[in-house]
Design a protein around this ligand. Structure first.
Ligand code: PGA
Length: 251
């Protein structure tokens, strides 16, 4: 089974509705190679406007987080039903910033993964080790634990519908990337850790950009990227897409 490469843009807490619409307009003008899937994840406030812009384009829409309940007394939260209404098809779950700053636990991430699948959304589950864990040699223990926790209780076909993003926390927004071969080795362990991940798409994330995307994507188990900073301009994101398409074509 071949895995379709996926490039996902995580805009984080950036861009007003006006700025998000403008970027989406520029992205719609890009030629997205047919061999590649592309998704952008704007903040909640801009989803509706960006959905409108993306109509008829090959670029899909993702959210950066969600609650696991479909509705209820959860002040400030956004449900999977609300996302589906806005034509959202992907949702990033368990990003390290959610885990670090908002106390998101492995158990909460697992509930959200179940809810996303129940509502027909594709979860992009983020896992990754801190700098301290990396230096101490605990990378594999950490990411395998996070991965198994996120997919607990799912069948292999359900797991295969998901996406995992391996994002070393020390590489996020720092300009440092994990060496492609090292990232690949870690991701092979992630792939082997849960039945069904053999057929799922695994992304690398953390300072991925137009200059390093081809080398990362040339690795056999890296199926794409979760792109933060480089997804905030049309030129930056276009560069990543072009590099990914080149790497995919030469495999
Ligand atoms: P970065 O962010 O590309 O800016 O390092 C990636 C992410 O956190 O998803």
């Amino acid at each position: 089974m071949t895995r379709r490469p996926l490039i996902a843009g995580n805009w984080k807490m950036n861009k007003t509705v006006a700025a998000a619409s403008e970027l989406a307009l520029h992205l719609c003008a890009l030629r997205v190679p047919t061999a590649l899937d592309v998704v952008i994840c704007p903040p909640f406030t801009a989803l509706a406007a960006v959905a409108e812009r993306l109509r008829g384009s090959r670029i899909e829409l993702g959210a950066q987080n969600m609650h696991d309940a479909s509705h209820g007394a959860f002040t400030g939260e956004i449900s999977p039903t609300m996302l589906r209404e806005l034509a959202v098809t992907y949702v990033i779950l368990g990003h390290s910033e959610r885990r670090q700053y908002f106390g998101e636990t492995d158990a909460a991430v697992a509930r959200k993964v179940h809810a996303a699948l129940d509502h027909g959304l594709t979860p992009i589950v983020a896992v990754g080790e801190t700098a301290t864990e990396h230096t101490a040699g605990h990378t594999l223990t950490k990411v395998v634990h996070q991965t198994r926790a996120a997919f607990a209780g799912l069948t292999p076909p359900q797991v295969a519908r998901c996406v995992v993003a391996y994002e070393p926390i020390w590489a996020i927004g720092t300009g440092m990337i994990d060496e492609p071969a090292s990232a690949n080795a870690t991701m092979e362990h992630i792939r082997a850790s849960v039945h069904g991940l053999q057929n799922a798409r695994l992304l690398y994330g953390g300072s991925m950009n137009a200059d390093n995307a081809a080398a990362l994507m040339a690795q056999p188990t890296i199926d794409g990227g979760l792109i933060g900073g480089a997804s905030l301009t049309a030129a930056g994101f276009a560069g990543v897409i072009a590099a990914a398409a080149g790497a995919t074509a030469s495999q």
